[in-house]
Each structure stands twice: as C-alpha cells, then as structure tokens.
Write a protein that binds this ligand. Structure first.
Ligand SMILES: [Ca+2]
Ligand SMILES: [Ca+2]
Ligand SMILES: [Ca+2]
Ligand SMILES: [Ca+2]
Length: 435
C-alpha cells in the first residue's frame, strides 16, 4: 500500500465516520409513546377535538400539570383551554382530568372562541411568564384570526383567571395559520413559531428568559416583528417544534419534531441544515387524524419530551394524550436566578453536547434516611420544606410533611419523616407543595 493511498483511505474513513455521526436515528432519542393517566390510573381521554397538549406547573406545587387547547367537544368549531392538575409526581404523573378547569378570562367567564371550522381549527397553547411575575401566563392561537396573550390576574393558583390581550393579528382570515415552538435560534430558550398559510413559511418570534423566571416570554407583535426563517426542501406544514434533541446540534443545524402527514397522523423527525430541510425519519403515528404536538420536559428530568394528542369526529378513545419521553440530557437546569450555562464550542445557552444515552430510569424522589425534617409548627405552617420532602395539603387544612410521595392504586402513598409508610385517597389531597 502506498503512503498516499493509505492517507487517502484514512481520510475517506474519517469522512464516513463524521457523516455517520451526523445522521441521527430519531427513534433512539425517545422512548415508546406512553398514554398519560388520570387520577384513577386510567388513560386520560379528553373528549376535546384536535387537542393540543403541553405541560407546565401552573399551580406552583413543583409538579408539572397538563394544559390542553382544543375544541369544546368532538363536533364543534368552538375552542377553549383546559388545565388539569398533576396529582402524582413528575416521574409518575397522574392528571386529574375529571376535574379539569376551563380557563376563565376578563372577569370570570370561561374562555371560548371560534377556531375556524369543526375539522381543522386547533388551539396551540404555550405556557409563558409574559410579565416575569412568577405566575404562569399563556399564549394561544385561534388558527384563523389572531394569536393572544393571557395574563394571569394572580387571584388563584389553582383556578387562574386571565386578562386577554392581542399578541398579533394574522394577515388573512381564510387560511389555517398554524404554529409551533421550541428553540429555533439555538439559545436554549423556547420561541414562538408562526406557520401561516398552512405552514407555507415559518416566522420566528424569539423567546427570552428574565433572570429567575422559569417560563419564557416571546418577542412582541405585530406579526412583522417575527423573522422569516428561510427553509427549502421538506418541512412540516402543520406543527413544528425545535430543540437540540440529539445534543449534537451545530451552527446552521436545527432539529425539530413535526406532524408529517396529518391525515395519517405521522409524527416525524426533521433536520434543517444551512436552510435545507429534510425528513430524517418517522417517530410514531397517532391513531386518529390531525395530531398536534409540543415539546416540553414533562417529567422534569432534563431530557426534552414530545407530547401529542388529536382526533376529530371520532370516539373519545381517540383523544388520548401521549408522551414520548426524551432520553438525551438536553435541557439546561434552570434554578431561580440562573441562566443556562454556555458550554465551550456551543452556542450561548446550549447545554453541552452529550451522546444519546440509554433509557434512564425516571427520577424518583429519593428517601434519605436520617434526614432531619422541619416539623409542623402549631399553626400548621412549615417555614421551609426540606429538600427531598413535600408538604401534602389535605382537605380540611391539615398539612403533612412527607417524602417519597407517589401515586399507588388510586391513592397517594408517602413516607413520614420518621419513616412510617402512609397513604391517603386522591380526593383528600388538595395539593402537594415542594420546596
Ligand atoms: Ca403543579
Ligand atoms: Ca405572569
Ligand atoms: Ca430560542
Ligand atoms: Ca423529560
């Protein structure tokens, strides 16, 4: 073998190795779809056509709750937004859909609006903190006329009432103006993606995170403030949510999860490289038509997850809500007052690239033997909840300090500070407060 030939061979192998690494196997990034469960352990069936799910901790108990935009039922063009508390844990969520709260606004009426027609209007919802006051606000779209911001009036954590203000008006009212979200500019902060005219182009409203804020806000309207993202080739036209899913994103590369074929219900993985888009592969298929998806870290394990639901004119059974838990650590830890840490060689705010990891067991609340717990004082108030513990607020005002709080056969089980195993019915728990 000549020296020149050997060098050429090595160079060729290196190129092949780099190319092989650049191509992601989308299915390796996520677990199999899991149907979300209700408080009794049965799959949540929303009964809301074209349900668009996401999650955030709206009541501030440290556990992510379910947020769903959709139609009032399976055969109407009227839309609304519902909140369902997570009465389980982040690792083992149970959503109290039976007592889902329909979002109210401006004086207390249930928010209800036309979202176009019965079969194609949907209500994407984004949890935000628009005014950085620590209370969850919402951004939503009615698909056909406008996007709106709902500002939390801070009257109730559990049953919030919002004041509605215009985000921006759409350019026409005779087209389905779709939308998506996630991080499109590689700064680690979710953005709002406007996909007008059935996704004919993408317009980006950048997200920002105030110091100490847990939820972002987006760049202000009007519509023309959004920057057009030029993407040639294949792209999702219904719903597109970007993130550094593989942990390997480089400058000029965007990974996103989108609805591929809405009638077949396919949810696919796409990559944009220097403005050229392509579908890398299929992730899953929703059983009904018109699925809608979002990305969020539902189980709060630092790996971005994909949530989806959908269905119209169909049996309730179709309206389940699914999550595909992410397997790659790609969400920077955000504690109050901190920002995602920029790693060397990555864009600001990006977590350090990490190779796809094997599925890790979902994080559990670890019981720490011998840890001193703050006792309840006479007034029933606990000054500070020690790390690893939660405060269970019971009906009637009783509060119990507990660790290892988890759902178990339609009850809430927990361990007392002195190590005793106890349980209480879901119905007796008002909320679970974490430090
Ligand atoms: Ca919560
Ligand atoms: Ca707020
Ligand atoms: Ca961003
Ligand atoms: Ca996750």
């Amino acid at each position: 073998m000549t020296k020149r030939y050997a060098l050429g061979l090595i160079a060729g192998l290196l190129v092949a190795a780099v190319s092989a690494r650049a191509e992601v196997d989308p299915k390796s990034l996520f677990g199999e779809p899991v149907a979300l469960l209700d408080a009794s352990g049965k799959p949540v069936m929303t009964g809301k056509a074209e349900g668009s799910p996401t999650a955030a901790d709206y009541d501030g108990d440290g556990v992510n709750d379910l947020i769903l935009g959709g139609h009032l039922n399976m055969n109407t063009a009227q839309g609304g937004i519902w909140l369902a508390r997570n009465v389980g844990t982040n690792a083992e969520p149970r959503f109290d859909w039976q007592n889902a709260y329909q979002v109210k606004h401006d004086g207390g009426g249930g928010l209800q609006f036309s979202c176009g027609c019965k079969s194609s209007g949907y209500v994407p919802v984004h949890p935000v903190d628009w005014n950085s006051d620590g209370w969850m606000d919402l951004v939503y779209s009615d698909t056909y006329t406008k996007s709106w911001v709902l500002i939390n009036d801070k009257s109730s954590r559990e049953r919030p009432v919002f004041t509605r203000q215009l985000y921006f008006s759409f350019e026409k009212r005779n087209h389905g103006m779709n939308s998506g979200g996630g991080d499109w500019n590689a700064d680690g902060v979710p953005d709002f993606l406007y996909m007008p005219f059935g996704g004919s182009h993408y317009r980006l409203f950048k997200g920002s995170l105030a110091p100490g804020a847990k939820l972002p806000r987006y760049q202000d309207g009007p519509r023309k403030n959004g920057k057009v993202l030029k993407i040639s080739g294949e792209k999702s036209r219904d719903c597109a949510w970007a993130w550094n899913f593989s942990g390997h994103e480089e400058p000029g590369r965007i990974e996103y999860v989108g609805v591929g074929d809405r009638k077949k219900g396919t949810i696919d993985f796409f990559v944009v490289e220097n403005g050229a888009g392509r579908k890398v592969g299929n992730l899953t298929r929703f059983r009904g038509t018109f699925p809608k998806l979002t990305v969020c870290d539902l189980n709060d394990d630092g790996c971005m997850d994909v949530m989806y639901s959908g269905g119209v004119f169909a049996k309730l059974d179709i309206t389940r809500v699914y999550v595909m838990y992410g397997k790659v650590k790609n969400v920077a830890g955000r504690k109050p007052g901190t920002r995602p840490v920029a790693a060397a060689g990555t864009a600001p705010g990006r977590p350090a690239p990490a190779p796809p990891a094997p599925p890790a067991p979902a994080p559990r609340e670890v019981a720490r033997a011998g840890e001193n717990a703050e006792p309840e004082d006479e007034a029933g108030e606990v000054a500070a909840i020690p790390e690893g513990f939660a405060l269970i607020h019971m009906k009637g005002g009783k509060k119990v300090l507990a660790r290892n709080v988890r759902p178990c056969t339609s009850r809430v089980c927990y361990t007392t500070p002195d190590g005793k195993e106890r349980s209480v019915s879901f119905g007796a728990v008002v909320r679970i407060q974490r430090p």
